[in-house]
Design a protein around this ligand. Structure first.
Ligand SMILES: [Zn+2]
Length: 238
């Protein structure tokens, strides 16, 4: 397990739903923003399906989850949150989503991108990975390589003044093959505080805190840390 924590200038998260960033990486995000890294979220869907409340409408839920996401991002010192507005549960690797993600990469020019590992179909023998997570990870990786890097893809971007961009460093979350651990012992409280902003998605706050600590403790096994978050890191050759 590698542990040499990189502090890039700008990190771009490309995820499916409001709360994906905090659940997967909240402690790491707090470390980056404390170190001066600019962190930006691109949230592909509106989160409009994540409720069992019989009174809740998709539009009401989407509004609520956007507010919750912006509040959580503030707790972690995130610079900007962008919502692409795709319908929750209906994300596919389409030409339109590829174009949208390539545009974000070419505009924001991140040193490091965090997204989902699209090869994770199952977690153990009891959980299926969310199809939006697989689709977003799959499309984001296609956008990074080769689409955003090579200028002849989506040539309208060049006409608008956007230049090609090569992302070198990738952290994948929701993976079955982690090779990288980040020490979040000093930032786990901030992670929990940020997660508590997602009120529509969580049950009892104390149970959430216990669950997050337990997960982070397991992720730290085999490392010198008390609490960790794990990633599959890819460092691409030019
Ligand atoms: Zn999600």
């Amino acid at each position: 397990m590698q542990t040499d924590f990189p502090v890039p200038k700008r990190v771009l998260f490309i995820v499916a739903h409001p709360d994906d960033t905090e659940f997967s990486s909240g402690g790491t995000i707090a470390r980056w923003t404390q170190a001066g890294t600019e962190v930006i979220y691109v949230i592909v869907t509106d989160g409009s399906k994540g409720s069992d409340d019989p009174e809740m409408t998709p539009e009401g839920l989407a509004r609520l989850r956007e507010e919750e996401q912006r509040a959580a991002a503030r707790v972690l010192g995130v610079s900007e949150v962008r919502f692409l507005g795709y319908t929750d549960g209906e994300v596919y690797n389409t030409p339109q989503l590829r174009r949208d993600l390539v545009r974000q990469i070419r505009e924001l020019r991140p040193d490091l991108v965090v997204t989902f590992d699209p090869t994770a179909r199952f977690f153990g023998h009891a959980r299926i990975n969310h199809p939006d997570h697989r689709a977003v990870g799959d499309t984001a990786l296609d956008a990074i390589f080769p689409l955003a890097r090579d200028r002849l893809n989506f040539p309208e971007h060049e006409r608008e003044g956007l230049r090609p961009h090569h992302v070198r460093d990738i952290f994948l979350v929701g993976t079955n093959e982690p090779n990288f651990a980040v020490d979040i012992t000093a930032t786990i409280d901030r992670k929990i505080e940020a997660l508590l902003c997602h009120r529509s998605q969580i049950g009892h706050p104390q149970e959430l805190a216990t669950y997050i600590r337990e997960r982070a403790r397991l992720a730290a096994e085999g490392t010198p840390y008390q609490y960790a978050e794990r990633f599959r890191r890819l460092v691409l050759l030019r």
